[in-house]
Design a protein around this ligand. Structure first.
Ligand SMILES: Nc1ncnc2c1ncn2[C@@H]1O[C@H](COP(=O)(O)OP(=O)(O)O)[C@@H](O)[C@H]1O
Ligand SMILES: [Mg+2]
Length: 257
């Protein structure tokens, strides 16, 4: 059975006539953490925008559950996008609203038949899921950076997405909060069975959460490695990939006689 929730075929991504990435081919499976990595400026965010349907391919296709996303009409595309949850870098919360209101907003828009009490209960559930039980009435400004990320995540989870996208979620977080976010990512994968697409260059995160890794190369403007982390570490011959994954690790010292 084909377990791919999202598949990219011969994708070229870019802006106007400027090709940022070309000939991308990969599948994201149900319930896996798929990590996209590469140096700054190589096109990770650009690729993400193509995956969530904010930008149309210069060439090739993005298939969501087997359906060619851009071959559908705008209404069908919007319906497909409901399978996505996106955690934006800042958390993208409305500052003038409490966390409960922030989460109820998308819920009410898509589920107009829910009562106020049901909306409040669902918002509380989403907050509990990210470890913010009881924070319903707080405003974003009252939260720490790590809590704000979690609240953004609770909002991204509002519509029970099948695929969650994170673009460098650990930016601006201290190591402890980064680790907590990694644990939360694994918990969401395991409890919700969601697929998670994560853009990151944090080695501890990559080691902690990655099921499959995609490495984008700035120079050749395409993918140069795809597979489990162990495969990239042990079998990928590309020096760029090895340098990236082994940075900060000193080579083994020669033993003195
Ligand atoms: N809206 C845009 N219009 C034109 N070029 C862009 C736009 N956004 C990003 N770029 C260019 O695309 C390239 C890849 O950017 P980006 O996807 O943000 O890389 P990354 O996320 O890997 O750091 C960069 O050279 C950047 O300048
Ligand atoms: Mg980026």
């Amino acid at each position: 059975m084909d377990q791919a929730v999202l598949r990219v075929e011969d994708l070229s991504a870019g802006y106007g006539s400027r090709v940022i990435l070309h000939d991308l081919n990969f599948s994201i499976r149900r319930g896996e953490v798929f990590v996209i990595m590469g140096v700054s400026g190589c096109g990770k965010s650009t690729l993400l925008r193509h995956l969530i349907g904010l930008q149309s391919p210069l060439a090739g296709r993005v298939l969501l559950q087997g359906e060619d996303f851009w071959a559908r009409d705008p209404e069908a595309r919007a319906a497909l996008q409901r399978h996505f949850g996106v955690l934006y870098q800042s958390g993208a919360l409305w500052s003038g609203m409490t966390l409960r209101e922030n989460i109820c907003l998308p819920l009410a828009a898509y589920h107009p038949y829910l009562s106020q009490a049901e909306l409040i209960e669902l918002a509380a559930l989403k907050l509990a899921l990210v470890g913010l039980a009881g924070c319903d009435e707080l405003y974003p400004a009252e939260l720490s950076g790590g809590m704000r990320k979690r609240a953004g995540l609770a909002r991204a989870l509002a519509l029970d997405p099948e695929i969650l996208f994170f673009d460098e979620p650990s930016a601006g977080l201290d190591p402890l909060n980064c680790q907590a976010l990694d644990e939360l990512i694994l918990q969401l994968r395991d409890s919700l069975g969601a697929s998670i697409v994560l853009v990151t260059h944090e080695l501890p995160s990559i080691h902690a959460v990655a099921d499959t890794c995609l490495f984008l190369d700035h120079q050749s403007r395409t993918q140069i490695a795809l597979g489990p982390l162990a495969h990239l570490l042990d079998e990928c011959p590309h020096p760029t990939v090895q340098r990236f994954l082994r940075r900060g690790v000193s080579p083994p010292k020669e033993s003195s006689p």
